[in-house]
Design a protein around this ligand. Structure first.
Ligand SMILES: Nc1ncnc2c1ncn2[C@@H]1O[C@H](COP(=O)(O)OP(=O)(O)OP(=O)(O)O)[C@@H](O)[C@H]1O
Ligand SMILES: [Mg+2]
Length: 414
């Protein structure tokens, strides 16, 4: 069972545990699925440990029952406004004058050595490029001659207490967290093509409580951001604006929603029953879509601000790849393109084998991405990490952790 991978996506609206077998050519055969409505989670963060633990446990049990696999460890998604990232450099002398993996690891450790307070936990240290004796732009320095190796790294940290709460909530269900993976990095595994990754593109996953962004340039992650706003805010606006209970507002959004009110005919209408009303009333669909458009526009304006703040806004010719449940909203793609002034496409998991029916939706990009990530981790040779293709996945907090992960993954597979 060396080829089984497990991912738990702890989202604001749903918790999704997936068990899959990695088949030839890295194809994923979904063996177990456990999808449960989230409880005790707001804006990507646990706010009620008991409720969250129970919901996570139910999702895990479901996935175990469908797959017949006892889950012991898993890759778990992480999001929330507490996530922060910085770019950092690590410099070391090359010990044998020929760069080895050990040199790279030391350089990564040095990059990680930037002052990180105790209240923060390092989630990813991602190498963005190397320079050797001052020569920039080196992608794969192993085997090259030189004296001074510098690594440019992207260090992603989370609030330690928040990460610990999530670790504990998963632990209650008897499952150990092998590694946390930041939401947008998991989604990118599924929705981003190699061409986009190399040309420069931004992945944007709009879920219920968070909007997760990751900027890829030259094949690597250069910047990540998590905004604490998502589809739930659209629903809340509708509930306030039309005086509807939240559940009804959510249904109305999914049934009649559109992100561009100008696309809606003046005469289009639907029936609803607001608070305090005895009988259904007729509601103009344009009024609904006006509310939606205002909020969605604001989400993309915030995203644009963040992209500009990163300084990489000029490096994204492949534009934005939009995913997450909220990307199902009709009209969201052209609206995004209008606000961001860049090409936008929507994407979702594809080419899954086995129990894939429910997963062919942009809401499951992160969930499936965790499996792809786990599969990539597993396929790494023990002594020789392929730092060219899998670099975004194989770097974590530190070297020791890395070995732990490999061991954990091994243990997961009976
Ligand atoms: N057809 C649809 N039209 C509009 N919105 C939709 C549609 N289907 C789902 N959504 C919205 O997608 C959101 C859920 O998306 P998703 O499942 O990606 O979130 P999540 O992963 O649980 O949350 P997060 O990643 O923010 O923690 C909800 O706000 C839901 O209303
Ligand atoms: Mg999500």
């Amino acid at each position: 069972m060396d080829d089984i991978v497990v991912g738990i996506d702890v989202g604001t609206t749903k918790i999704c545990t997936l068990v899959a077998r990695v088949e030839q050519d890295d194809a994923l055969r979904i063996m177990g699925v456990g999808i449960e409505p989230s409880e005790g989670i707001r804006k990507g963060v646990i706010v009620d440990l008991t409720n969250a633990s129970q919901a996570i446990a139910r999702s895990i049990t479901q996935a175990e029952q469908t797959s017949g696999v006892k889950i012991e460890t898993a890759i778990v998604s992480l999001a929330g406004a507490h996530v922060a990232s910085i770019n950092s450099r690590g410099v070391v002398a090359v010990s044998g004058h020929t760069v080895t993996i050990a040199d790279i690891e030391r350089a990564m450790d040095a990059a990680k050595g930037v002052a990180i307070p105790n209240s923060r936990e390092v989630i990813h240290v991602i190498q963005r490029g190397f320079s050797l004796d001052g020569q920039d732009g080196i992608h794969q320095p192993i085997g090259m001659h030189g004296y001074r190796l510098e690594v440019e790294a992207h260090v992603i940290t989370a609030a330690a207490a928040t990460a610990e709460n999530l670790r504990q909530a998963v632990g209650v269900a008897g499952v150990q967290v092998a590694q946390f993976v930041l939401n947008p990095l998991a989604s990118a595994e599924v929705v981003l093509t190699d061409t986009e990754r190399n040309m420069g593109a931004v992945v944007c996953d709009i879920g219920g409580g968070t909007t997760d962004l990751a900027i890829y340039v030259n094949g690597d992650v250069w910047h990540t951001m998590v905004l604490a706003v998502g589809g739930n805010h659209i629903t809340q606006d509708i509930a306030h604006g039309l005086r509807l209970p939240i559940d009804l507002a959510e249904d109305v959004k999914k049934q009649h929603g559109h992100a561009l009110q100008s696309e809606i005919g003046l005469e289009e209408a639907f029936n609803i029953r607001p608070f305090g009303s005895e009988s259904p009333i007729r509601m103009n669909r344009r009024d609904l879509c006006l509310i939606i458009e205002a909020r969605v526009e604001e989400i993309f304006e915030l995203a644009l601000q963040e992209i500009k703040r990163s300084g990489y806004d000029g490096l994204l010719p492949a534009g934005m790849i939009l995913t997450g449940g909220t990307s199902l909203l009709p009209g969201i793609r052209p609206l995004a393109s209008r606000v961001l002034e860049m090409p936008v496409r929507t994407a979702q998991p594809e080419k899954l084998l086995g129990l894939a029916d429910r997963l062919n939706s942009p809401a499951f990009s992160t969930s499936v991405g965790l499996l792809t990530w786990a599969a990539a981790l597993q396929s790494l040779p023990i002594n020789e990490k392929d730092t060219t293709r899998k670099k975004t996945r194989n770097m974590k907090g530190d070297g020791e952790n890395w070995n732990n992960v490999k061991n954990l993954l091994k243990r997961l597979l009976p």
